[in-house]
Ligand binder design. Structure first.
Ligand code: SF4
Ligand code: SF4
Length: 501
């Protein structure tokens, strides 16, 4: 409604001396930025539609294209940045809630980058991971506090149900529907090959992926989409999703236009219906209610697999985690403010929640103080970008890390942050069959395996440098970490000393 005052955010620079008018960019752009002008005999661009996904730049055979951020600037105003002014124009035009995808671009402190890792020198020799055994395998689930012996005096080896991972990394929840079939196929195949797990998210499990059950976490979210007995029995663990780092306190919404064919069947809702997950689970208003759901699910699967409860990192996260640990859950997953999403209201994504590093340190500390740390494993996510982030997370107290954005980057995502439009030019966050086939699951799974293999090698090198040869010995070993440029309060919450101490 009314005049749109917004100048395009990006400019398409086409080098006319290189362009051969092959029209590859036109065919590759689902946003219809590029078109051929018969009158002028040249390629032209409608920059208002460009989202800077870089698909055209990557595939142009003559490297004729460049996308740059427009330097057309509003008058400088420290109180009114360009982005704020443009958001007001957009809302004045649409009357709607601002929607965004992927993690917040806001410059919250990334504590991973303010923490450095120790290395052995002289007295405590480092270990060469090429020559010495290095254990990166972890098991997640309740662990006994003490060695138990049976009546005959022998050690009892039986443990509550566990999941076993070849490295302390899992692919985080991303639903079929928000992601394409081929993206899910890539994640499932890679998880199987790597000996780790991927997560269905709240979209149910496509029948083609039941064969990956041992490498699957099936999620039960507030909408209960696609949840039935075969589904619950299919995975290696069940995750109850209470919250998500990118949108704590609110539900989810997949528009009816995306609920078609297999997605409608897998979610068990009619085609064209909006898939709206309510903000709360309508049967959970207390830890006792959560406990009922945890045990209902355990009962349903005959106590054979661990139950994960996933929450967003919010102000009182340590107390919340303490309650979850007492609810009977085997694993707590915590997702920080920088976590990604297929779609979220921009204001929520950018302002609600806390950084995962602080949440993790606070939760681990609290559970230790209460003597219940072994009742649960801790999995954290929300912007784990590299092997060093993983190592720092483990040393801060995590048992394993969820990754999602890093996995999508491996599949070709260029972080254009427009997943909610369904026009992902890389075939990842789309259901358009023409776009979906751009992602080849054979190549996708191979790239994920490569990424995780590389991270595992780096994790082993970092551990070796510290003189540590197993993830078990690294977990919660905060002596291996030092802060740089952090305040006393931040150091206190993280439970680490400052560099130089
Ligand atoms: S892909 Fe490159 S060479 Fe082909 S039309 Fe587009 S800009 Fe020109
Ligand atoms: S998944 Fe696709 S639409 Fe979403 S940020 Fe990545 S490239 Fe963009």
């Amino acid at each position: 409604m009314g005049v749109d005052f917004i100048y395009p955010e990006f400019e398409v620079i086409r080098n006319e001396s290189r362009c051969i008018a092959c029209r590859v960019c036109e065919r590759q752009c689902a946003n219809e930025v590029h078109f051929f002008s018969p009158e002028r005999g040249i390629m032209m661009s409608d920059e208002t539609k460009c989202v800077d996904c870089q698909r055209c730049v990557s595939l142009c055979p003559t490297r004729a294209l460049k996308i740059i951020r427009s330097d057309c600037a509003l008058r400088e105003n420290a109180n009114w940045p360009d982005s704020t002014i443009k958001e007001i124009y957009r809302q004045a035009s649409s009357g709607g809630v601002l929607l965004s995808s992927m993690g917040t671009p806001k410059a919250y402190p990334v504590y991973w980058d303010k923490i450095v890792i120790n290395a052995s020198q002289v007295t405590n020799p480092s270990i060469d991971p090429l020559r010495e055994p290095m254990e990166t395998r972890v098991t997640l689930g309740k662990k006994p506090d003490k060695i138990r012996r049976g009546e005959d005096g022998r050690i009892v080896y039986e443990l509550p149900p566990q999941i076993s991972l070849s490295m302390p990394i899992l692919f985080s929840a991303m639903s079929y529907g928000s992601l394409s079939y081929n993206a899910h196929a890539s994640l499932a195949r890679a998880a199987e090959e790597l000996g780790i797990l991927y997560n269905t998210g709240e979209g149910g499990l496509h029948e083609d992926f039941y064969c990956y059950g041992p490498n699957t976490i099936v999620q039960v979210a507030s909408g209960r989409f696609g949840v039935h007995m075969d589904y619950l029995k299919a995975g290696s663990a069940i995750e109850i999703k209470i919250g998500q780092g990118a949108k704590p306190g609110i539900g989810g919404h997949l528009p009816g236009t995306k609920i078609v064919g297999d997605i409608s069947r897998t979610r068990m809702i009619p085609e064209g219906t909006d898939a709206i997950s309510p903000a709360p689970h309508h049967d959970i208003y207390s830890i006792e209610d959560l406990r009922q759901l945890v045990f209902s699910l355990k009962e349903a699967i005959n106590y054979s697999k661990p139950i994960i409860v996933k929450v967003a990192a919010v102000h009182n996260i340590a107390a919340i985690a303490s309650g979850i640990a007492r609810s009977g859950a085997d694993i707590i997953a915590i997702d920080g403010i920088r976590g990604g999403t297929g779609a979220a209201p921009t204001r929520i994504r950018d302002n609600v929640g806390i950084p995962i590093e602080l949440a993790l340190a606070a939760v681990d500390q609290r559970l230790r103080e209460e003597g219940i740390r072994n009742n649960v494993s801790l999995v954290i996510g929300g912007s784990v970008r590299s092997s060093t982030d993983v190592v720092k997370a483990i040393a801060l107290g995590a048992d394993a890390c969820y990754i999602a954005t890093s996995a999508l980057l491996a599949l070709g995502c260029h972080l254009c942050r427009t997943c909610h439009t369904g026009k992902c030019n890389w075939g990842i966050a789309t259901q358009n069959p023409e776009l979906v086939k751009r992602l080849n699951p054979d190549i996708g799974s191979k790239r994920l395996v490569n990424l995780m293999t590389a991270w595992r090698h780096e994790i082993m090198e970092l551990m070796g440098g510290m003189g540590i040869n197993s993830i078990e010995a690294l977990r919660g070993n905060r002596l291996m970490l030092r802060g740089v440029g952090l305040t006393e309060k931040e150091l206190e919450i993280l439970g680490i000393s400052h560099a130089g101490e």
